[in-house]
Design a protein around this ligand. Structure first.
Ligand code: XBP
Ligand code: MG
Length: 253
């Protein structure tokens, strides 16, 4: 049987609830700054989340909601500029402390480090967003806890493709069998399972009804000793919050 040696974390929706009141607002601020009257409501954004990656999401929005929009010459550069402004707004929001990590995240990461588990990140978001979240929402210096931060355009195909997890595993020099992934979405679990990883899901408001077939367990949150998780599917025994012992059990099963 393979020993659990490393944990690979998605970021958006998993480490923190970043989408509705983080990324979405930053996109809208960038649109406003560019003189565009686009308003990504929480409902529209829920649909746009079917496409991962901010630049890809803008393109999808234009195709689906504004098919007649007259794109400037050099549309890729224009979208990249819009997206760079969005990243600026988003990282500023994080620096101002607007977005906390989800319940149980800080505790579990400390416990995992104490237990000698190796840590990595596999996300579609821009690297600057990951660093800003770790440093401001998790803990100053916590970027160093992660041996590998696989993010954004480092691979050509974003989730649901498995490329970002394949890349992280290669950098860790570990087979998927020795690792466990943490995800929150259908696109995320398609990516992690595509790389052969057992995957634990914590849902959020946007992903609660996603199809998580194949997950080792689906929970509403990692939980804290005084804030138990709700089990949506999977067998967790007596546990009421995710700790290293439960991760080892889920990985073994
Ligand atoms: C997260 C995303 C990201 C963010 C935006 O998906 O889809 O694109 O919404 O980030 P996952 P950027 O959690 O599956 O990795 O704008 O920096 O691309
Ligand atoms: Mg996610």
């Amino acid at each position: 049987m393979s020993k659990l040696e490393a944990l690979l974390f998605d970021v958006d929706g998993t480490l923190a609830d970043t989408e509705r009141d983080g990324h979405r607002l930053a996109f809208n601020a960038a649109f406003d700054e560019a003189g565009l009257d686009w308003d990504w409501t929480p409902e529209i954004y829920g649909d746009l989340l079917s496409v991962t990656g901010g630049k890809e999401r803008i393109r999808y929005f234009l195709q689906k909601y504004l098919p007649g929009f007259d794109l400037p010459d050099a549309p890729d550069e224009w979208i990249a500029g819009l997206h760079a402004a969005k990243t600026r707004y988003y990282t500023d929001m994080l620096a101002e402390g607007h977005i906390p990590v989800r319940p149980g995240v800080r505790r579990l990461l400390h416990e995992a480090r104490d237990a000698g588990l190796r840590l990595a990140i596999a996300t579609t978001t821009t690297p600057a967003n990951v660093t800003a979240l770790l440093e401001h929402a998790l803990e100053a210096g916590s970027t160093e806890w992660f041996e590998v931060i696989a993010a954004g355009d480092i691979v050509p195909a974003k989730k649901p493709a498995s490329d970002i997890y394949d890349y992280a595993l290669e950098k860790l020099s570990l087979p998927a069998a020795n690792c466990l992934a943490f995800e929150d979405s259908r696109n995320g679990i398609l990516s992690s399972m595509g790389a052969g990883l057992k995957t634990l899901i914590t849902v959020n408001a946007y992903t609660r009804n996603d199809d998580f077939t194949g997950a080792v367990a689906v929970l509403d949150q990692l939980g804290e000793p005084d804030q138990p998780f709700e089990v949506l599917s999977g067998e967790v025994g007596e546990a009421t919050c995710v700790d290293v012992a439960l991760l080892e059990k889920l990985h073994r099963n």
